[in-house]
Ligand binder design. Structure first.
Ligand code: GLN
Length: 494
């Protein structure tokens, strides 16, 4: 345990680390006893689960890796935390992240960057991926059994791909967001990281419930209908009964793909084909605009969500006229200027601009149009009709598909993790835009609210020693509500 502590500290995966072993070892023993008696509370009974530090916990601080929430502790648990504790899980600590979930490398944290537990072939430190980098590394380095992250535009899948774990983003609205600090509400989901898909499924089965405190949580009635609809429109074909039709989106074969990523993609397709599944190229033409649309919509929602951190209600309060009497002391701007880090300030400026009267039509409205096109693209290729679109009588979105595939397979990220030294320091060798580009394959599923999983695939050429860069995240994306199918296909690739 001492060794584990030292390792955890070196990787900086935790903001509030594992409580002392004495505090939880007894609970593990109790769970072991229950298991021996054949009465475990759940598959997670006595297991350590790490929680991303933008998910509220009553017993530990919740900082969002931001100066503005310094020493903030929530008076309540997020629903997901209650659900896990009721299932017997033990909270293993709060994990490091990009401030408020904004980033792709887990370097924009007031507590310093997360380090990947893998290194490159020359022994250099690599980034963990973000924004749930702490959760991914905590799982990869065996600091816990599974971890919760949040995925707004890829923040569970990207760090899973970089750290070599499984990372699952469920369909929007299935896992409660109550007590999860909002980044961009229309995109935010809670995601799960684990070493295997089966551990991820165990967690999902506990969290996949309606929560009346989250207005976007899908009702129990709709959950049943969604599964019935999917079944109907697929003629009840399942893994065991019929081979699957696997779609390969041609637009994802971009020139920026590194050779090892392309190799892993091809290997995964060959592997599925060898198992009898059919591979079919499909086109998702709006994909090329998805990234820009995401980086208009997410900051717009964020700028509105973050307006509440004004120094009055939560966290820190800087000097202002109210408490100094100085004419140049502005409480709000001083608090926000000193509390928020540079990436968050950049997003607030961007979001505030794109929502302003003069810019609205050119940016926010256009981005919403692109979002709709991205959704229609997916509906056109999946064999199953979008169950919510069908129920809402949205005939455009529910039209029968042109390609009829069950799932899509593509890389999670265009390349392996960058070196930590390239993205940190006073003048990093890369710009904010370089980080945004790594989300190119994850944001489409987010814009459409679809389930997606990233699984680690090793693509070393036979006979060669595999090094860190050979491990690649491959992503499976499915129709809305097809979370179980997505996990099953993920399992086939593991
Ligand atoms: N990297 C993306 C962003 O910065 C995704 C973040 C996320 O999913 N929370 O917005």
């Amino acid at each position: 345990i001492t060794n584990q502590h030292a390792q955890a500290q070196a990787l900086n995966a935790f903001i509030t680390p594992l409580p002392r072993a004495g505090q939880w070892v007894d609970r593990v023993k109790e769970a072991d006893r229950r298991r021996e008696q054949g009465k475990p509370k759940s598959k997670l009974d006595g297991r350590l689960v790490s929680i991303k530090d933008n998910i509220c916990t009553r017993d530990l601080p919740t900082t969002c890796a931001s100066g503005i929430l310094d020493k903030f502790t929530s008076p309540f648990n997020a629903t997901v935390v209650d659900q896990l504790e009721d299932a017997g899980a033990i909270i293993a600590g709060k994990t490091n992240l990009d401030e408020f979930g904004m980033g792709s490398n887990s370097v924009h944290s007031r507590f310093g960057p997360v380090k990947n537990s893998r290194r490159d072939s020359s022994g250099q430190d690599l980034v963990a991926g973000g924004s749930s980098g702490g959760s991914a590394v905590a799982v990869a380095a065996d600091q816990c059994y599974v971890a919760l992250g949040t995925d707004t535009g890829g923040s569970v899948r990207l760090p899973a791909a970089y750290a070599g774990t499984v990372g699952f983003k469920p369909s929007y609205g299935l896992i409660s967001r109550w007590g999860v600090i909002a980044y961009a509400n229309s995109l935010d989901t809670v995601g799960i990281l684990g070493r295997t898909t089966s551990s991820v499924r165990d967690v999902f089965s506990i969290l996949n419930r309606h929560d009346e405190r989250d207005p976007t949580s899908v009702s129990a009635f709709s959950r049943t209908r969604i599964l019935e609809q999917l079944q109907e429109s697929r003629f009840a074909s399942r893994l065991t009964s019929t081979p699957l039709r696997i779609g390969v989106p041609v637009e994802y074969n971009i020139s920026e793909l590194t050779p090892s990523v392309r190799r892993a993609w091809l290997m995964s397709l060959a592997h599925l084909q060898a198992q009898g599944h059919t591979i079919q190229p499909v086109s998702l033409p709006a994909t090329k605009h998805a990234l820009s649309a995401y980086y208009v919509l997410a900051p717009a929602e964020a700028s509105s969500n973050l307006a509440k951190y004004d120094g009055v209600r939560y966290g820190i309060r800087a000097d202002g006229p109210d408490n100094t009497g100085k004419p140049d002391g502005y409480l709000y701007s001083n608090t926000r200027g000193s509390g928020f880090g540079s990436e968050v300030q950049r997003r607030i400026l961007l979001g505030t601009f794109s929502l302003s009267a003069d810019a609205m039509d050119n940016y926010f409205i256009q981005a919403q149009r692109v979002r709709r096109l991205v959704q229609l693209d997916f509906n056109a290729v999946f064999r199953a009709t979008h169950p919510l679109a069908a129920a809402a009588g949205d005939s455009d979105a529910a039209t029968s598909s042109s390609s009829d595939v069950d799932v899509l397979i593509c890389p999670t990220a265009p390349s392996s993790p960058p070196r930590l030294s390239d993205v940190t320091g006073p003048s990093p060798g890369s710009s904010p835009l370089d980080a945004y580009v790594n989300d190119v394959f994850t944001v489409p599923a987010s814009l459409a609210g679809l389930p997606a999983i990233s699984v680690p695939v090793t693509a070393s050429e036979s006979g060669q020693d595999s090094d860190a860069s050979d491990l690649t995240g491959i992503q499976v994306v499915g129709q809305y509500g097809d979370d179980e199918l997505v996990m099953q296909v993920g399992e086939l690739l593991e």
